[in-house]
Each structure stands twice: as structure tokens, then as C-alpha cells.
Design a binder for this molecule. Structure first.
Ligand SMILES: Nc1ncnc2c1ncn2[C@@H]1O[C@H](COP(=O)(O)OP(=O)(O)OP(=O)(O)O)[C@@H](O)[C@H]1O
Length: 250
């Protein structure tokens, strides 16, 4: 029996300016269990594509999540289910704890009007108006990745790139609302030991039947990392995306 793909991209196109396409005709189907490694030259449009998918950029074409347009889920709800995690979180104001609180409050507030029937940890959290953020899963995940608790109360600007990167990722995984994570070079600032911890954790989450996370699109410039984490390999060019048998490197 055919199942609905978790995500479908149909004829996606994005233009820098009128008549200046970065990519056109991107067609892609993402299924549960896929860790799709997205590669391409610098400037080929990888980040832009993920921002289009998460409805952060205006695009031509169609994105379907569980067979429905983002608008049918409600854009804020859609973004908690198909979540873009940026490469550089250091521009955020305040501290990581402030950010977690904001994300949490936003999710709770928005999911109160969500039409989506999918159960989510975010909407579960709605039942508690005073969430206990001191014991949030994000802290546990971050700690496992080598982040001391005191870093949650330091301003983003005083964290190293690798610390900030792990915290943002731990929040994305820890709030457990996303079925698809769109990861933009998520370990670019990490040493190889920290990077492999993160890789193993994320791959295990996708495989676990108990996890909400079902699939990842993962931008990396490292062919080695691509081979470690990827189950599928996609290359983006101006003409669209091409699936490759194995990771051919950049
Ligand atoms: N808001 C914007 N306005 C105009 N051009 C943009 C905008 N955002 C991105 N671009 C351009 O679109 C192209 C694709 O950028 P993008 O960041 O998606 O590439 P990338 O493949 O992720 O690159 P890298 O591997 O270097 O991170 C680049 O030429 C970039 O300069």
C-alpha cells in the first residue's frame, strides 16, 4: 500500500531577482527514515532551498507536508513540524534559556489554534500553562553533547560557535515537535568528536520508533560526514536536484 510521503517538493524555484534563478524545477520526495544529504557548490542554493521548504523564503512551486500545503497546516504549526535549523545562531538576542522559553511559548501559543491533527510534544505541552523548563529535554541532550548547564544563561554573543551550534540543535531536537529537521551545516563549528556524537544521536532519533523525528535533510560540505549519516544523496544545481547512488563528494 502506498503511503503519503512526509514531504514533497514540486517544481520549486527561487530567483535572486527577476530573471536570475538560483535553482528551478526542484522535485523531491522525502520518506520516513530518510536522512537526505544535500550537497552542491558554494552558492548553489542549498540554504535557500531549505529556507523555501520551511516557508521562510518566498518561492515558486509547491511544498507538501503529509500531502498538504503549509497553509493547510497553518504556517507556524508547519514550521514546528518541518523545522529549519540555521548554521549561525549567534545573532540571537539574550541567552539560550531565553530562546528556549520564547520557542516554547511560541509553540504553545500557536498550537492552540492549529488545525493539524498530528499529536506533537508542543501541543502536549499546551496542557501545562507553567511549563517546567528547568528539566527540559534540550538540557539533557546538550549536556550529552558536552554543554555545561551554566552556558544556558550566558548571552549568545559570549558563546563559541560550536557551543551555540550544539545548543540550537539540542533545542530543535529537545522540543520534539519536528518530524523533519532541515539542518544547515549543523556541525560546521564542531570538532570531530563532538560532531560524531551529534551525528550518532540524530541518526538514532530518526531510526527510533519512539521519536517524533522521522527524517532529516542535512547540508554538509564533508563527503565523509555525508557517508556516515546519509541514506540518500542529492546534488543541487541551477537546473534542479539530482539523486546520486552514493555520496560523490563536493
Ligand atoms: N536574500 C538574498 N538576496 C539575493 N541573493 C541571495 C539572497 N540569499 C542568498 N542569495 C544568493 O543566492 C545564492 C545561493 O545562496 P545560498 O546561501 O543558498 O547558497 P549555499 O549553497 O547554501 O552556499 P554555501 O555552501 O556557501 O553556504 C548565492 O549566490 C547567494 O549570494
Amino acid at each position: 500500500m502506498a503511503t503519503t510521503p512526509i514531504l514533497e517538493l514540486k517544481k520549486l524555484a527561487w530567483y535572486k531577482e527577476k530573471g536570475q534563478p538560483v535553482f528551478t524545477d526542484v522535485n523531491l520526495v522525502l520518506n520516513e527514515g530518510d536522512i537526505l544529504v544535500l550537497q552542491g557548490k558554494s552558492g548553489s542554493g542549498k540554504s535557500t532551498l531549505l529556507k523555501c521548504v520551511s516557508h521562510l523564503n518566498i518561492y515558486e512551486g509547491e511544498v507538501l507536508y503529509r500531502g498538504q500545503k503549509p497553509q493547510q497546516h497553518g504556517i507556524p504549526t508547519f514550521r514546528t513540524r518541518v523545522m529549519y535549523v540555521p548554521q549561525r545562531p549567534s545573532m540571537l538576542p539574550g541567552t539560550p534559556r531565553d530562546f528556549l522559553r520564547t520557542v516554547y511559548t511560541f509553540g504553545v501559543h500557536k498550537s492552540s489554534s492549529a488545525s493539524s491533527k498530528a499529536a506533537s510534544a508542543v501541543s502536549d505541552a499546551l496542557r501545562s500553562s507553567e511549563p517546567d523548563l528547568s528539566r527540559h529535554e534540550a538540557f539533557e541532550i546538550a549536556e550529552f553533547w558536552g554543554i555545561d548547564r551554566e552556558l544556558w544563561d550566558r548571552s549568545w554573543t559570549n558563546l563559541s560557535g560550536g557551543e551555540a551550534q550544539r545548543i540550537v540543535l539540542a533545542i530543535a531536537v529537545g522540543i520534539a515537535s519536528a518530524e523533519v529537521l532541515l539542518l544547515d551545516e549543523p556541525t560546521s563549528a564542531l570538532d570531530s568528536e563532538s560532531s560524531s556524537k551529534v551525528e550518532r544521536h540524530l541518526a538514532a532519533e530518526v531510526k527510533s520508533p519512539d521519536s517524533k523525528l522521522k527524517s532529516i535533510v542535512w547540508i554538509t560540505h564533508s563527503p565523509e560526514q555525508g557517508q556516515r549519516v546519509g541514506t540518500r544523496f542529492i546534488r543541487i544545481t541551477s537546473g534542479g536536484v539530482r539523486e546520486e547512488e552514493t555520496d560523490p563528494g563536493v
